[in-house]
Ligand binder design. Structure first.
Ligand SMILES: [Zn+2]
Ligand SMILES: [Zn+2]
Length: 425
């Protein structure tokens, strides 16, 4: 047994924000009580003192890349989930663009089995939309769902045609799986390496306009309306896209979206020729960033997701145009979100929601701190001062724009199925 005492519990599902002790027994929460109340039931239990700390439901990351199988020089399930645990995440959803692609149940099973052996946190894979993510034949969703997938996506590649998307949605509707799309109009995307604007002109780099994303979002929402399917927009970055999502929600469509920490923190003005600022979708304008923050605050955005995309140093150590898209993100996500809290832009409860019940809802799950629930908890400080150094990351890769950034607030302990999988030294 483990007793977490003296913490401030934030539980968005019940709205509770109060001092609470929490007793864990095996893989479940045994009891939640006022400070001191559980002492008699907890004799002999290990104790974790959470004084001055927030105790929240376990964080879920809807979008990451663990690179295994096939990309082990950049990340493995073991190293990636260790970084996730350090970031306060208790469950992560790896995208299927591994080698081989996770487009059938045997690959899904291999990932789930590997995770059971080496992962620090729960691994809930996303299956591919199409065989090889080639945008042609549909993957075998039912068998993959049985093997453990929680959604489908061809992330990295948009779902090519409306017709294909319609078939995918019809199939996934029957299985109650969310369809997660990396929205992009490929004709506008072609050859671009950053957002189109003053900065792309100044740097002489090929840019893509915001419409590259928002045209894709518009199409997807229309097909979601046609089919009634669950649509989740990956790494939404443009103001226009968010307006589409807002309108869809007003209509009552089952449309959700996620925003990454880099998109709510940085803008295209931060892009020089440093490849650690190259990701897709690219960093957007100030107006976009401010719109995303407004959406995080008012509920238009459902989840913060990292899009943790590790690349081994050699791949990023090339000219800007030639570098692959993507940055790491597990270990800095919470601290970047806390910057919004410190600036008074979102409430602390809203932050917790964006990492817990928000992503859970996208997956059709719940997340709460109550007796009988899984003992997955994220314990963090809102004021611990620290500096993130990429060289000290648990990830195999170092491609982050936040190397050397000072933060206030950090994950302090991460608990998965009743076990402490990370404790800040
Ligand atoms: Zn993507
Ligand atoms: Zn991605």
């Amino acid at each position: 047994m483990l007793l977490i005492k003296n913490g401030r519990m934030l539980d968005p599902a019940s709205g509770a924000d109060a001092p609470r002790d929490i007793l864990l027994d095996g893989e479940r929460i045994a009891a939640v009580g006022a400070p001191g109340e559980l002492q008699s039931r907890a004799s002999g239990a290990d104790v974790l003192d959470a004084s001055n700390l927030i105790v929240a439901p376990g964080f879920i990351d809807l979008h990451c890349h663990l690179r295994e199988p096939g990309g082990e020089n950049s990340e493995t399930i073991e190293t990636g989930t260790r970084a996730a645990a350090r970031g306060g995440f208790t469950a992560v959803c790896p995208m299927p663009n591994t080698r081989p692609v996770n487009d059938n149940a045997s690959v899904t099973r291999a990932i789930v089995e590997r995770a059971a052996a080496v992962a620090s946190v729960r691994v809930w894979p996303i299956g591919a939309v199409s065989v090889g993510s080639k945008g042609e034949a549909l993957a075998e969703y039912a068998a993959m769902k049985q093997a453990g997938i929680v959604g489908v996506s061809d992330d990295g590649k948009p779902i090519a045609t409306a017709k294909l998307l319609r078939s995918v949605m019809d199939d996934c509707n029957a299985l109650d799986l969310p369809v997660i799309d990396h929205c992009e109009d490929s004709s506008l995307f072609a050859g671009a390496v950053m957002r189109e604007g003053k900065q792309s002109v100044r740097l002489g780099l090929r840019g893509m306009p915001a419409a590259t994303e928002s045209l894709g979002v518009t199409r997807d929402i229309q097909i979601a309306e046609l089919t009634g399917a669950r649509l989740h927009i990956a790494h939404l970055s443009a103001r226009e896209s968010l307006e589409e999502v807002r309108a869809a929600k007003r209509k009552g469509l089952r449309v959700t979206c996620e925003v990454t920490p880099h998109h709510f923190t940085l803008t295209d003005e931060d892009v020089e020729y440093n490849t650690h600022y190259k990701m897709n979708p690219p960093l957007a304008s100030r107006e976009d960033r401010d719109a995303l923050i407004a959406g995080l605050a008012d509920g238009a955005v459902d989840a913060i997701a990292t899009d943790h995309a590790p690349h081994e140093p050699a791949l990023k150590d090339v000219e800007f145009e030639r570098a692959p898209f993507g940055v790491t993100g597990f270990e800095t996500a919470l601290a970047l979100a806390l910057e919004l809290v410190h600036a008074g832009k979102i409430s602390l409860m809203r932050l917790v929601e964006l990492f817990t019940v928000g992503p859970a809802r996208v997956l059709g799950m719940t997340r709460r701190i109550a007796a009988g629930e899984p003992a997955d908890l994220s314990i963090f400080s809102t004021d611990h001062a620290w500096t993130f150094y990429a060289a000290e990351s648990a990830s195999r890769s170092r491609n982050t724009p936040f190397d050397g950034r000072g933060f206030r607030g950090a994950p302090m302990a991460t608990i998965v199925a009743g076990k402490i999988v990370y404790r800040r030294p």
